[in-house]
Design a protein around this ligand. Structure first.
Ligand SMILES: *Cc1c(COP(=O)(O)O)cnc(C)c1O
Length: 423
């Protein structure tokens, strides 16, 4: 086989790619645009366009309130689809609801309430901001403290440091399965067992792993998890999120938002809150039907592709990017900021460079490559396995090296930091 720097190697990988045909399931916005930000906002599946047209024109416009007959089961139906195909949960353990942030709060709150007398929440300092903020707010409201484990920015929290932070004061350990910045993939079964070893509950954030790496929640006996609908799941901007609660815990855990969609026999409009005994007790109010319908289409495409194949391609793609980065980009001042072993990272690859912000802007403006910037100096490349070609990864790295070699990114050095929101 030719070396990675030979484009023929990428062409051969495309030719042999069992997921190659899935590219056509997605809307192609502009020929030539290379999209490596599927881990921030997944592409639009063509099936979603038709589905949304149906939901809006027939179910909403035509059916009006009668359509609730079909809509009412959407959160549990799509939850089961995610549970079965993407996160290894049993039927009735996953439901679609609210945003990741809100679900994290609900489940962390439920976990703390289930461990009265324990006053510590454990997380790590490189966890996603909303996780750190939400846990801090919860701890403050409940008179608890957050014990924050220092994380390596590339490889994540050290297992020994996590173990050292666990004791019988800990109510819940909450971590991201795949780190949003470096892509570091944590050992979910081992860490879950460590939390259980001190009698704590384990709450995983699956935003960067659902749809890209096998999760195996049931096999590992995970207690609680949350995840995102708009990244690898291709549910669209602001898509509803999902939550998982292990079935044997469901009857006893109580979430803090006592909404009517969690109520047993909801339309009896009973006087007191009496939640469903099952996963529906973790719902709050009326689901965002249009968003859940879009999410269902995104998840169906992934289910058809199969997680094993998605994971294999994801590793092969980040390996190609890493090999090219080593040849072409390290000499230009880049450093690898993801784990070297593909089995120790998710489906994105992060490179560090002092001018990463200007480079990420210039990549879009000058080279038609969309990746994204993460503070303080990281360029994230997220080639979603379902919809990205190996030749696109090759071309993106090739464009990146010519851009930086020629210093063409410098004209974007003055871009306002406010533009960071754009991607
Ligand atoms: C994207 C992401 C979120 C997003 O939460 P929202 O409530 O959807 O804004 C949360 N956690 C992690 C780890 C993420 O990557």
């Amino acid at each position: 086989m030719s070396p990675a720097t030979d484009r023929a190697a990428a062409e051969a990988l495309d030719a042999a790619d069992p997921l190659g045909e899935f590219r056509d399931r997605f809307v192609e916005p502009e020929p030539g645009l290379i999209y490596l930000d599927g881990n921030s906002l997944g592409r639009l599946p063509r099936a979603t366009v038709d589905r949304l047209r149906r939901v809006v024109e027939q179910e909403w416009a035509g059916g009006l309130v009668r359509s609730w007959h079909d809509w009412i089961d959407l959160p549990t139906r799509v939850g089961d689809l995610i549970g079965e195909h993407l996160v290894g949960a049993r039927p009735g353990e996953v439901v679609v609801s609210d945003s990741t942030t809100v679900n994290l709060y609900k489940l962390a709150h439920a976990a703390c309430a289930a461990r009265p007398g324990r006053d510590v929440i454990v997380t790590d300092d490189d966890n996603f901001p909303t996780d750190r903020y939400t846990l801090a707010g919860l701890a403050q409201a409940r008179g608890m403290t957050v014990r924050v484990v220092a994380s390596d920015p590339v490889t994540g929290p050290d297992p020994a440091d996590l173990l050292a932070a666990l004791d019988d004061r800990v109510a819940v350990l909450s971590l991201s399965h795949v780190a949003y910045r470096s892509g570091a993939l944590l050992d979910l079964p081992t860490i879950t067992a460590a939390a259980h070893g001190v009698g704590a509950l384990m709450l995983w954030d699956l935003c960067h792993s659902a749809g890209s790496v096998p999760v195996g929640l049931a096999d590992a006996g995970v207690d609680l998890a949350v995840g995102c609908g708009y990244k690898y799941l291709n549910g669209g901007p602001g898509a509803p999120a999902f939550l998982y609660v292990r079935s044997d815990l469901q009857p006893t855990l109580r979430q803090p938002i006592w909404g009517w969609f969690g109520q047993r026999d909801q339309f009896a409009m009973g006087e007191r809150y009496d939640p469903e005994p099952d996963v529906r007790r973790f719902l709050t109010g009326t689901p965002a039907v249009v968003g859940v319908a879009a999410l269902e289409e995104g998840v169906r495409v992934l289910a058809e592709a199969g997680l094993e194949r998605l994971r294999a391609k994801g590793m092969a793609m980040t390996e190609l990017a890493r090999a090219l980065a080593e040849e072409w980009l390290l000499p230009l001042g880049f450093e690898l900021a993801s784990p070297v072993d593909p089995a120790a990272r998710g489906s994105h690859l992060t490179l560090r460079h002092p001018e990463a912000f200007a480079i990420s802007r210039a990549l879009i403006a000058e080279a038609d490559v969309i990746g994204d910037f993460r503070t303080p100096d990281c360029l994230r490349l997220g080639p979603a396995p379902i919809s990205t070609r190996f030749t696109e990864v090759w071309d993106a790295l090739d464009r990146l090296r010519s851009l930086v070699a020629a210093g063409r990114h410098r004209i974007h050095a003055e871009t306002s930091p406010a533009d960071r929101r754009v991607t």
